[in-house]
Design a binder for this molecule. Structure first.
Ligand code: NDP
Length: 405
């Protein structure tokens, strides 16, 4: 039982805040704070109508640590759930440290002027969190998040050694827009235009970005939705999983992209709209990618007309009792069902539900410690059980499909 302060009021927060509101015995008090108060009020109103619960709302600039400290001191939460953008991770972690409050997020810090993921900035809080006696849980969404828990589960129950992991993320849904991103457009486009990396034989190997003609992709036959083109992509969970899954020989991350998405993004990149440096426009400085975000559909608004499913999971190849085996663990989530329940699309749903589950396990003192943790460092069992209970059931089967060497 406890009190949470949720920061950010976008697509993911809409899901987490409503899921927390569904569980008053765990989340006794909820405070939702963000930069734009109207967005908090919209979620507040929907919660009041749907669940007859009152939550508090506040305005905060989460880039400003002093403002965050004041907010935390005012409401005295047991846990801060950071669902703003990766740029705010460090200021929010610092505010939690100064006030002695537990911390949870869903995305790895990114330096604004240098788009790449790296955990070193957040792992640097480990010692000070330990000394303060607080718990920081990093990457508690789906990927990172549930994918890390699937790895921990496979390591605990299914294998003596896991040698190969392939994480496969498929969104087979379609919305009514010619081009839109499923989560914050700026963060999404920075992620998918980066140089690709995967890890093999003890080191990271770089390959061309997905828009390059030499990008690496293949057709994977996903359960339920069938064959989809899947592109090798760098994703932040690779960095922690290579440290925490013992005996690994290779780990890769694949994500599906339609030709339509790739073609639009190529044009936008070629004309300079994905640039992150400032350009002069009519006497003002603007960042083209931030301007692009302003004209693209808000991911939180996509749900209404979204149809189809997401299939996200991990294929494990390793040894158990001297024998090689291959196992696939995955979840299927339906855009229309997510909208019916929470007025959300499935990408926000698959991220927001794990954030609620992580928060619940912390408040119930099931997942607790001192220092900064990645998801696979904790016992996967209570989290796996909660996924089935709170809307993200998982499937486990022998893997008989094709993956490239
Ligand atoms: P949105 O852009 O929809 O929401 C972000 C929210 O953060 C907005 O309400 C925004 O406010 C608020 N915000 C931004 N900057 C500040 C600030 N300085 N102070 C206060 N509030 C601020 O993004 P999503 O909901 O789609 O994504 C949220 C997070 O989830 C992101 O970090 C994203 O990377 C992560 N994510 C993780 C996934 C996973 O599986 N692990 C998958 C998908 C997303 P405003 O409305 O004013 O812009």
């Amino acid at each position: 039982m406890g009190k949470v302060l949720i920061i950010g009021a976008g697509g993911v927060s809409n899901v987490t805040t409503k899921k927390c509101a569904q569980l008053p015995s765990v989340f006794e008090e909820i405070v939702l704070a963000s930069r734009t108060l109207e967005k908090c009020k919209k979620i507040q109103k929907e919660i009041e109508e749907q669940y007859k619960r009152k939550i508090k709302v506040a305005r905060v600039d989460a880039d400003n640590t002093n403002e965050l400290v004041d907010l935390i001191n005012k409401y005295k939460p047991d846990l801060v759930i950071n669902l703003a953008l990766p740029y705010q991770d460090l200021s929010i972690m610092e505010a939690c440290l100064r006030t002695g409050v537990h911390y949870l997020d869903t995305a790895n810090y990114e330096p604004p002027d240098n788009p790449h993921f790296e955990y070193k900035y957040q792992w640097a809080f480990d010692d000070s969190y330990k000394k303060k006696g607080i718990f920081g849980l990093l990457g508690c969404g789906f990927d990172p998040g549930v994918t890390n828990v699937f790895c921990a589960y496979a390591q605990k129950h299914l294998f003596d050694t896991i040698e190969y992991i392939d994480i496969l993320d498929c969104n087979a849904g379609s919305h009514s827009h010619p081009f839109a991103t499923n989560f914050n457009p700026e963060i999404n486009i920075r992620e998918v235009t980066q140089v690709v990396r995967h890890w093999a034989n003890g080191k990271f190997i770089e390959t061309p970005p997905i828009l390059d003609e030499n990008s690496i992709h293949f057709t994977f036959n996903y359960p339920v939705v069938g064959p989809r083109e899947s592109y090798l992509l760098y994703h932040e969970e690779l960095e922690s999983l290579v440290k925490n899954i013992k005996g690994l020989k290779r780990i890769r991350f694949w994500m599906t992209f339609s030709d339509n998405y790739i073609n639009h993004l190529k044009v936008l990149k070629n004309v300079g709209m994905t640039r992150i440096d400032e350009v002069e426009y009519e006497g003002k400085k603007i960042v083209p990618l931030k301007f692009l975000k302003a004209v693209l559909p808000d991911p939180a608004s996509l749900g209404e007309n979204y149809k189809g499913k997401t299939v996200i999971g991990c294929v494990f190849d390793g040894i158990k009792n001297g024998k090689r085996k291959k196992i696939y663990i995955y979840n299927v989530c339906d855009h229309e069902e997510a909208y019916r329940e929470l007025k959300a699309q499935a990408i926000s749903y698959t991220t927001g539900v794990p954030a609620m589950i992580g928060a619940m396990l912390i408040l119930n003192k099931v997942w607790i410690g001192k220092g900064v943790y990645n998801m696979e460092q904790l016992d996967p069992d209570p989290f796996m059980e909660a996924l089935n209970k709170y809307g993200l059931p998982w499937h486990i089967e022998e893997f008989k499909g094709y993956l490239p060497d």
